[in-house]
Ligand binder design. Structure first.
Ligand SMILES: Nc1ncnc2c1ncn2[C@@H]1O[C@H](COP(=O)(O)OP(=O)(O)O)[C@@H](O)[C@H]1O
Ligand SMILES: [Mg+2]
Length: 238
């Protein structure tokens, strides 16, 4: 496979709940080594997009992971094809230790032998997880839990990392920590798809950002558009 095929490719994705459309035929390209943003107001269909790519809810259209069609696969098999989701609200296992949360993330690994190295890389990326490795995850701050959720996803050794509103409820410092990590992760050659509501910040950070309104992509923005008031207004208000 050529490098150009690596990453996530979504064609004509549709999602409906009880016949009511939530995602109306969107196409996305998330190349290896890039972070791609998906922004839009509440109810636009952002979470539905991520959940349907994971195989957690039914969809129409095509999802290619590193050029491979993952049609019909349940989430645990999509993980084994190289996709990992950091869900909205983080969902760490509060009663388990930080280390046990990371161990559980490794369940989806394709290459079991790389476990020790993956753990070392995660603990280097997020030193706080090393310091608090024996602590119950529920005792961590929101920002620390987000680092744990991302670290846990990385333990599955994904080629494609998707995050649903990773900055939600975090302090500005914690948001910086998270996005610095995402910058490192795209530098490692992974394809990163990040859903956010904070338009300006996301547009500036991502290589490209799609704007989703009522289940449709209305704009595709470049980092320099973060300073363009007209473009931002359109992104917010459709
Ligand atoms: N489980 C569900 N059952 C019925 N409707 C849903 C469900 N989840 C989401 N929706 C609807 O689908 C639309 C898109 O929701 P969602 O994907 O959560 O948007 P976003 O993440 O952009 O806020 C909304 O109208 C929402 O009410
Ligand atoms: Mg959502």
């Amino acid at each position: 496979m050529s490098n150009a095929d690596k990453g996530l490719s979504v064609v004509d994705l549709t999602v409906a709940y009880n016949g009511v459309p939530a995602v109306r035929g969107i196409s996305l390209e998330v190349p290896a080594g890039q972070a791609i943003g998906l922004i839009g107001p509440n109810g636009a269909g952002k979470s539905s997009t991520l959940l349907s790519i994971m195989g957690a809810i039914p969809r129409g259209g095509t999802v290619l992971v590193d050029g491979v069609d993952v049609a019909g696969l349940p989430p645990e098999k999509v993980v084994r094809k190289g996709v990992s989701l950091v869900p909205e609200g983080r969902h760490v296992f509060a009663d388990l230790t930080v280390m046990d949360n990371l161990r559980l993330g490794a369940v989806g690994r394709r290459d079991k032998s790389g476990y020790a190295e993956a753990l070392e890389n995660v603990l280097t990326m997020f030193p706080i997880l090393s310091e608090f490795s024996a602590r119950q995850a529920g005792l961590l701050s929101g920002g620390q839990q987000q680092q744990l959720a991302i670290g846990r996803s990385l333990m599955a050794d994904p080629d494609v990392l998707m995050l649903d509103e990773p900055s939600l409820g975090l302090s500005p410092t914690a948001v910086d920590t998270v996005f610095e990590a995402l910058d490192v992760i795209r530098g490692l050659g992974k394809a990163v798809l990040v859903v956010e509501q904070r338009a300006e910040f996301t547009i500036a950070f991502c290589n490209r950002t799609y704007v989703l309104h009522d289940g449709e992509i209305t704009l595709t923005l470049k980092p320099e558009d973060a300073n363009n008031v007209d473009v931002l207004t359109q992104a917010y208000f459709g």
